[in-house]
Design a protein around this ligand. Structure first.
Ligand code: GP9
Ligand code: MN
Length: 634
């Protein structure tokens, strides 16, 4: 034995080991999430600033855990490490299976493609276990250091340590908050709508994504007010009165037994129909299709934060978009009385087809919830041509033809196009399209018109393909734009294109339309333009009635029924009745045909009714009331 005992040296050395162990553990955790983000970058562009907010979360965790009682903090940190590593692995498996991140919102939900649990063995790779490699090392370390004498810094909560911890915590919180805030400013509402979870992850970091997701799930599951009984009876009474008052439309059942093909066209705005540029039609195939269909030319965009998904939601359920967040991401566990379900009751096979990742907009969860038998996504198509966000419309339509041909009849096919997505400038479009957009060549409007022309070319081929396969005359085909395309900032281009003023709010509102066309084989309905104001929410009722199915789906009306002056309702409580645009929030009513202000008080009672209807739709969603209201629960 020398002058200094072993334990003296060991003690001095050990004094520094716990902080080292501690900091190392959290650093390794950071690296794990960093690698996860790298895997996500196959699905969404990665922004390196996201690493700063992940580092912020790690800093917050490190400081918080360092303040725990020293006897438990080592183990607590290890447990945290283990749980977080499980989260990383869950994300990885979700990515491989759904091309999507794991979300607490979907916990316990199944899909038609099977439970992920069944596939874990098939999805997991030996290298994944490396994520857990640090854990036995840290356990061994804790075992060795069971007799630690801690360094002073880690022993007592001194004033110095407290101040240091607070400064570190503030730095961590600021890093996270800054990233949250700047991303939300750039893309308003993104963290509550969560339409593309991989994109959110790679903008704010995987850890911060989970934080935002956990916050959403917490608010969704724990801040639910109980629905008073009187409210429930009020909703029930409203639905009963409404359904009792529904009369079969003039063409009820004329398309009984036909297939139904719905084509939701990305960003198809009303003004495109019959538009000519330099004397050339932009969408000749669509225009021809409109001439052979019931063509609704006064349909207003009713979507909210959920864009495409809100359009899908309205068209299948007849419910309004969600007041907060997005119905597709918030209410995938609800039970719906939706078009595919009602069609299934009548012997239909239903399938949704879309060339994007299945997790985008939570479709992989929402489609089964609405009753679709099958979802054919980018993961199922052969991705032989990619444009912009996913499979090109050309390939999508081509492959869909074969799929529909082979599908058991009668079927309901819900098809969603993708290529003509904002900002309309994807490389493959200009290569495939020949359209001289004159003064708009190369700018936003010119690109948009080209993307519409691109869609139209593919749509034309699809219709020809249906004809060749005998599907055109055995199917009802509904085509519509999901929402408008030209944002406010490019008003001037639209004014130039249409040679008219769009300066005032009502003129702009009048442009917020999307076309709807319904082709019924056999000429049952005289083709022609129908100009009564309408919305996508009216489609399920209209189509069900046409096919002779049980109706009463949601808040819409039968567009082939008699128009009784129903308002077209927008998510913010404004509405259109006849030609009048009413904005209760500012007490304004404007006659859009004359551009004249009207006396708002004439519409005040209707404004109250509109508010009630939106409220009923919200309560149905928040409290999952459909089974109760339709009797399916009893
Ligand atoms: C992607 C597409 C998105 O799948 O449907 O459309 P958006 O909601 O962004 O218009
Ligand atoms: Mn869209």
């Amino acid at each position: 034995m020398g002058l200094y005992s072993d334990s003296y040296f060991a003690g001095r050395f050990r004094d520094r080991r716990e902080p080292v162990f501690f900091i190392l553990l959290f650093a390794v955790l950071f690296v794990k999430f960093y690698f996860l983000e790298y895997s996500v970058s196959r699905h969404a562009t990665r922004y390196l600033a996201s690493a700063a907010s992940s580092a912020g979360v790690i800093l917050i965790l490190t400081v918080t855990f360092s303040l725990l009682w020293r006897k438990i903090r080592g183990c607590a940190a290890l447990v945290l490490d283990f749980l977080m590593t499980l989260l990383v692995l869950t994300d990885l498996l979700h990515l491989r299976y759904y091309s999507d991140m794991f979300t607490f919102m979907n916990i316990g939900l199944s899909t038609q493609v099977g439970e992920i649990a069944d596939s874990v063995a098939a999805l997991i790779r030996p290298a994944d276990f490396l994520y857990f490699a640090d854990i036995p090392l840290f356990i061994f370390f804790i075992y060795l250091s069971r007799n630690f004498t801690s360094s002073p810094f880690f022993k007592k909560i001194t004033a110095r340590r407290l101040i240091f911890s607070i400064v570190m915590l503030i730095a961590g919180v600021l890093a996270v908050w800054y990233r949250f805030d700047s991303y939300q400013k750039k893309v308003p509402g993104v963290l509550s709508s969560m339409w593309d979870r991989p994109a959110v992850c790679n903008n704010v970091g995987a850890l911060t994504y989970h934080l935002a997701d956990a916050r959403n799930a917490f608010v969704h599951f724990f801040f639910k007010e109980k629905l008073p009984d009187e409210q429930l009876s009020e909703i029930r009474k409203f639905c009963e009165t409404r359904n009792n008052g529904r009369l079969p439309g003039e063409y009820a059942g004329t398309a009984r037994g036909r297939n139904l093909i719905i084509i939701q066209v990305e960003s198809l705005q009303q003004f495109v129909v019959d538009l000519k540029i330099n004397g050339i039609e932009v969408t000749p195939n669509l225009n021809r299709f409109a001439r052979g269909s019931a063509y609704f030319s006064n349909v207003y965009n009713q979507t909210a934060l959920g864009n495409s998904s809100d359009a899908e939601f309205m068209v299948n359920t007849g419910l309004y978009p969600s007041a907060r967040g997005v119905a597709y991401t918030r209410f995938a566990r609800n039970r719906y009385e939706a078009l595919p379900r009602i069609m299934a009751e009548n012997g239909y096979t239903s399938l949704a087809l879309h060339g994007d990742r299945p997790g985008f907009w939570n479709r992989n969860r929402m489609y089964p919830a609405m009753g679709f038998d099958k979802f054919i996504s980018k993961n199922d198509f052969t991705v032989d041509e990619n444009i912009g966000m996913g499979l090109s419309d050309a390939s999508f339509f081509r492959q869909s033809l074969d799929i529909l041909d082979k599908t058991e009849k009668p079927f309901y096919a819900f098809m969603i196009t993708l290529t003509s997505h904002y900002p309309y400038s994807f490389e493959g479009i200009s290569k495939a399209v020949s359209l001289d957009t004159g003064p708009f060549e190369g700018n936003f409007m010119g690109n948009y018109l080209k993307s519409m022309k691109y869609f139209d070319d593919q749509f034309g081929k699809f219709i020809d393909g249906l004809r060749e396969r005998g599907l055109l005359d055995s199917s009802v085909i509904a085509v519509y734009g999901d929402h408008t395309a030209i944002p406010n900032w490019d008003r001037a281009s639209l004014e130039k294109l249409l040679s008219g003023s769009l300066k005032s709010d009502w003129e702009w509102k009048k442009m917020q339309k999307i076309p709807v066309m319904i082709r019924i084989p056999g000429g049952a309905i005289p083709p022609g333009e129908i100009t009564e104001p309408a919305g996508l929410i009216d489609l399920p009722e209209t189509l069900a009635d046409l096919l002779g199915l049980r109706s009463g789906i949601g808040f819409g009306r039968d567009l082939f029924g008699k128009y009784n002056g129903e308002p077209v309702i927008f998510r913010n409580g404004s509405f259109i009745i006849g030609d009048v645009f009413v904005e209760p929030s500012s007490g304004r009513a404007t006659d859009m045909s004359a551009g004249k202000a009207e006396d708002y008080s004439k519409y005040a009672a209707l404004a109250e009714e509109v508010k009630k209807r939106l409220g009923y739709s919200d309560m149905i969603l928040e409290h999952d009331l459909i089974p109760e209201l339709t009797g399916a629960d009893r």
